[in-house]
Write a protein that binds this ligand. Sequence first.
Ligand SMILES: [Zn+2]
Length: 571
Amino acid sequence: MRDIVEDIKTRIDIIDLIAEHVELKRAGQNYKGLCPFHSEKTPSFMVNPSKQIFHCFGCHKGGDIFSFVMMVENMTFQEALSYLAQKAGIKLESTGHGSEIRSGIKENLFAIYKEALIFFRNNLKVSKHAISYLNKRGVDNETVEKFSLGYSKNEHDALFNHLKAKGFSFEYIKTSGLISSGDHGIYDFFRDRLIFPIFDLQGRPIAFGGRILSESKNAPKYINSPDSIIFKKGETSYGLNIAKNSIPQKGYSIIVEGYLDVISCHQYGLTNTIAPLGTALTSGQLKKLKRFSNKVLLIFDGDSAGISATKRSIELCYKEGIIVKILLLPQGEDPDTFLRKYGQEGFRKCMSHAISPVEFLLKVYDRSKLDAVRYMLQVIASCPDPLQRDETIRELSDRSKINELTLREELRHASRVKRQASRVDAFQKSGISSPENMEEKMLLSIALSFPDKVMLIANNIEPQIIEDPVIRGIFEKIKKWPSLEKLLTVCDKEEQKLITMLSINTEIDETDVEGIIENCLKTIAMKKLERQIRLAGEAGDVKLLNSLLFEKKSLLQKSKLFLNGGNLAKN
Ligand SMILES: [Zn+2]
């Protein structure tokens, strides 16, 4: 296994691999770009070609090509292995069970969904029931084709039998989520439903949404395929595969609530319309949308559920630095009903009255202006774009008639609270509890960046002297496994994270590495002594205190002691 991993690593360059997902620019010894794992405006995602590792200084994710693929594609290690092996042109030997199934799982799910789509589309052509529903909703044939609409028969296992006849194994069909099996045997997940296929950006069907056609039973009106290895609900929008072409042209996207709203909008020429999938809008969906335009028009229902969905969406848009406007339709209307009544012309007229988030919130909070202002300040504080923040605060002052300077002072306060919270969070995430152990970090950083200095450092420091438990753990292993490659394989997750972060360190003065090492060793020893002195003082142990103070004095007098065979363990 180890051999295959190394074999793959020598054949795939991390820069090429990551460049498929992130736009990378050279920055000294590293490449940098916008992190794919968190939202940011200035790049803190670094890739080091000589060490073949990446690290994000914003969210602290890092690792090698395997960790990257596992995180970005949401794969297990086994899946990442077979994915990368295929990319590298290496044939994996079957381990007897499991691995072969997993290696082909994505391809099989794509194939199953493709086949199911054909099946559903053919069903629709002969179902009077479904066609009459579409006619009633005013959906024309061209739109049915464009969105590849389908129908699932009101039968127990029609799709299952079809897929089996096409040669797919029970295991794969079950993994696709298109069937359920239980006490009542095997049955299709979608029965008697109008089918809305959901596509990825490459135009492959990856899931289905289904609307029930018989208004009976206790069945929910809409259901979706479950999440799978090819489908993440929180990162997929309905209609984006089609709208992605016209969003950049029109300069913005329209977000509506449901499948039929999207379909109506497209039919009436609003081809930049998409919808979240059944649930509320997510930041994952906005991140994908932002690739095509950072302007959004929200059209949700005017009822209380619609209003809270709009509020949540405004929050998310600001967090992503997306400029957002809101369209309020007349009471009781949704885009579908409105378009059918007033047509494109009426809709455009209505669109010209779209309002800003500030107007929307002042309207929604109505009688408690201050609540609206406080809420909006929180939203502004989360926005990474200074221009958007500035513009919004000016508008907030205009409309609320509250002095702009007062608002800016409040905003500073809100931002400070937020920043402190996130800084504490970042420290905790990185496993480094305080900036006090800077020297320990620096020393480790040098050990990782300068292979010829590893043994010098390792021989001059005893791990027990190190205060930070994560750094200590790494130093315990580094003597035995000085190469970065090997070291990463014997370290736990926390340790790996710190290693990737510290080995991409751009701040070391390369002209005086030994001087830095010496200073670090000295400071670490001094800090340890000072901790002991404090403890001895607190305990009232005069004898110990005296000998420690003597030790401190001699440590201060000695120079160049550590690198010439001195051993810090004696302290
Ligand atoms: Zn990040």
